[in-house]
Write a protein that binds this ligand. Sequence first.
Ligand code: MLT
Length: 263
Amino acid sequence: MTELDVHGVKLSSLDVGTGGNPVVLLHAFPLHSGMWEGQVEALSRSHRVLALDYRGFGGSEPAPQGMTLDVLAKDVAEWLHCKGVSRATFVGLSMGGYVCMALHRLRPELFAAVVLADTKETADAEPARANRETYARQAVDKGMAWVAEEMLPKLLRPACAAEVRKKVQGWILSNRPEGVAAAQRAMAGRPDSTGTLGAMDCPALVITGSEDGLTPPADGQRMQRLLRAARCVEIPGAGHLSNVENPAAFNAALVDFLKGNRA
Ligand code: MLT
């Protein structure tokens, strides 16, 4: 991981491999770019792969007060500019999908292709918004052990292997409560992205874990219809973090999609 000054803040990111259109990996909540280790390993054999820790996560500097998904999307655009990347395939999982959609609203020309995994285009209804505010306060009061306990059953299947669960727990525990709180508030404020999906005219792939309880396969199928040209792949034996629970199937879907877009 290296640090780069972006908009006056230090952002931590990874940039490995060469070839093809660069692939940009945008992580889920409350994790960091480490969650992509299985994809970085597989894809960097044939592609340049970049992954960023959002502000407040991993090795990046703390999130500002009043952080929004647009702030994160602008960070991604500026970071890619610093990296000399003008066009890429974006892969966003869950919150990473929200960042992807925000980025497309701001800078559609950056998109050579898009993969939206275990995410949704809808905004939060009022109870969910209020719950995020409660969650943000509790995260700050109770700390990362509480966040991990709260999130692990939502991110992973009950049948998830113990060593995988432990790894995800470690990623969560290495984050900071203030970053978690800022991200919850940013997600609460996200707009509906139905129109954004309709405007995505690049090749698109939707992925969902077969046992994802947070964004079930039906959400993915709805996104596929809105994206028109998209394919939808269901990852067997996987919950919300489908790339972590079944990296082999997730990578196969990704590699197949990237191959199809090579021309
Ligand atoms: C995520 O996995 O990024 C979050 O669960 C998304 C959300 O809370 O909506």
